[in-house]
Design a protein around this ligand. Sequence first.
Ligand code: RTP
Ligand code: MG
Length: 141
Amino acid sequence: MATERTLSIIKPDAVAKNAIGDIIARFEKAGLKVVAAKMVQLSEEKAGGFYAEHKERPFFKDLVGFMTSGPVVVQVLEGEGAIAKNRDLMGATNPKEAAPGTIRADFAETIDANAVHGSDSPESAEREISYFFGNDEICPR
Ligand code: RTP
Ligand code: MG
């Protein structure tokens, strides 16, 4: 499998729980490398643009409200099959359906505040990484 990059966001609920380190440890233990990282307070515009694909969904307003409710940690993860590997580590969107031992099962309770985001395809990963990081902010390792 090819080396890939994916965008990960540690969402406001997990930051508020002081779980940043525990979550990043899971990525590193699974062989993913952090090649870019920053903490940011998203504006409504930035959060809405990030989730533009969901603009017409009933949950869009709540989603933007949640993502702007506190700071997030945005990272680029690199590794073999990084996109699928990160999604496996995250677990299902709804924490109640997430497999035991996944990040969402262990750090989240509701579908609205579900601890982490991860790109869902190579196309999303490319768009999402460039939405947050310039090339000079990514450190190949
Ligand atoms: P994410 O984009 O945040 O990594 O989550 P995901 O791929 O697992 O789920 P997605 O379908 O992209 O939805 C984005 C976020 O919107 C919220 N959501 N709420 N109430 C609902 O039915 C519903 N569906 C989605 C979730 O917080 C989800 O993470
Ligand atoms: Mg998604």
